[in-house]
Design a protein around this ligand. Sequence first.
Ligand code: SAM
Length: 109
Amino acid sequence: MYDKFSYIYDELMKRQVDYNLLASNVIQICNDNNIDVKNILECGMGSGNLTEQFLERKIDVDGFDISDNMLSIAYNKLIDYNNVNILKGDIRTFVSNKKYNLICCFLMF
Ligand SMILES: C[S@@+](CC[C@H](N)C(=O)[O-])C[C@H]1O[C@@H](n2cnc3c(N)ncnc32)[C@H](O)[C@@H]1O
């Protein structure tokens, strides 16, 4: 579904979601719970809109998504950041040995 949807996804979602505010709220909740977020695993990262907000805050992000087209948009958007790994994966089967301060998944439907 998202392979077709990806072309209009950014336009649609950026009008609907304040990703800057979302990232601020997520980090604030972590801080309130004494979690110092240095790295994040972002499941279903889509086109990387929230990812970019985390990266701007100097947080390392490993992000994955099931859609090749969404990942392609994310790759192009985030190409200048050196603190991100973009992976292909399905949340139902994704496995990692790495430890993260935060594992998140937003707006997956
Ligand atoms: C509405 S988008 C949200 C993207 C991003 N989290 C955001 O907030 O902008 C939902 C994303 O979930 C991904 N997705 C759906 N099912 C998935 C699955 N089983 N594993 C990984 N990603 C999945 C889709 O490909 C799509 O990129």
